[in-house]
Design a protein around this ligand. Structure first.
Ligand code: T3D
Length: 260
């Protein structure tokens, strides 16, 4: 597939996916969502050990391209549209067995905000902001927002963010635990892409299992989660990276993980 509205490149073990519709604040339409899914599929190759998602221009993503969903426009069945466009994007990120870092370069609104929150580590430029814009246009939060927000920031803040639809600064997003970190915009590349590069040198299988275990914990009992940990530790303990990690520790040298 050739891409019109995203850029995709692989370097240093990192698949870098850039939303590339700056004139519409990187709002996503159906064809663009297919490109993102295709790119995330391509990121499944072993050569890729981390993913970096960011936007071009002054925004990260303004969510659904409203031109496509205007009343009387081409898309009328929002349930079908969400099921086939937005939900699969969230799952493609959450189910990827490698870390996904999001570098939020500017405003992240509606489904764009929740796409960022679906990622594993979210770093935002200090001039970026997060808006649960849905209530402003009579829609409900989607793209996993109703699931992620209360888990990330608690029910009271999730309710306020979604009902009021006010812009939240990057700094406040860190303060309330919505995202991991913020930094000056000029440093986003160094900090956020730097995290992706660093993660790409780590024990990829172990990191993928960590991601899967933390996701499972949301709905598991402690007993079931202890069993998940046993199972995943069994897998991690059989990797070459575990052998390398212990050998490097004993030899007092830095480990050379290969993601196997
Ligand atoms: O079927 C389904 O599944 C429905 C699913 C819906 C999921 C959703 O995401 S619903 C929420 C959709 N998003 C929004 O409602 C956000 C709309 N945008 C805004 O509220 C503001 O643009 C921002 C807060 C993001 C930024 O404000 P500001 O003042 O910095 O920029 P602006 O001037 O409003 O926008 C700049 C341009 O981007 C402008 O175009 P123009 O006038 O310069 O030609 C604007 O129309 C365009 N733009 C912004 N957001 C969208 C968009 N174009 C299409 N779709 C957008 N979402």
């Amino acid at each position: 597939m050739t891409y019109q509205d995203i850029r995709f490149e692989i370097a240093d073990g990192v698949a870098r996916l850039t939303l590339q519709r700056p004139e519409a604040l990187n709002a996503i339409h159906t064809a663009m969502s297919k490109e993102i899914r295709d790119a995330l599929q391509r990121a499944r190759v072993p050569e890729v050990r981390a993913v970096y998602l960011t936007g071009s221009g002054r925004a990260f993503c303004a969510g659904q391209d409203l031109a496509e969903v205007t009343p009387g426009g081409p898309i009328q069945d929002f349930a079908y549209h969400h099921r086939t466009v937005w939900a699969p994007l969230v799952l493609a990120i959450r189910e990827l067995d490698k870390p996904v870092v999001c570098g939020v370069n500017g405003v992240a609104a509606g489904a764009g905000a929740n796409l960022a929150l679906a990622c594993d580590l979210v770093v935002a430029a200090s001039e970026a902001s997060f808006v649960q814009a849905f209530s402003k246009i009579g829609l409900v939060p989607d793209t996993g927002g109703t699931w992620m927000l209360p888990r990330l920031v608690g029910p009271a803040r999730a309710m306020a963010l979604t009902l009021l639809g006010e812009r939240l600064s990057a700094e406040d997003a860190v303060r309330i635990g919505l995202i991991y970190q913020s930094c000056p915009g000029a440093e986003l590349e160094t900090v956020a892409y730097g995290l992706a590069r660093r993660l790409a040198t780590q024990p990829t299988i172990g990191l993928g299992l960590t991601k899967r275990a933390l996701a499972a914990a949301w709905s598991n009992t402690l007993e079931r989660q202890l069993e998940v940990e046993s199972e995943y530790q069994g897998i991690a303990g059989r990797t070459a990276d575990y052998r390398e990690g212990v050998a490097a520790f004993q030899a007092k040298r830095p480990p050379q993980f290969r993601g196997t």
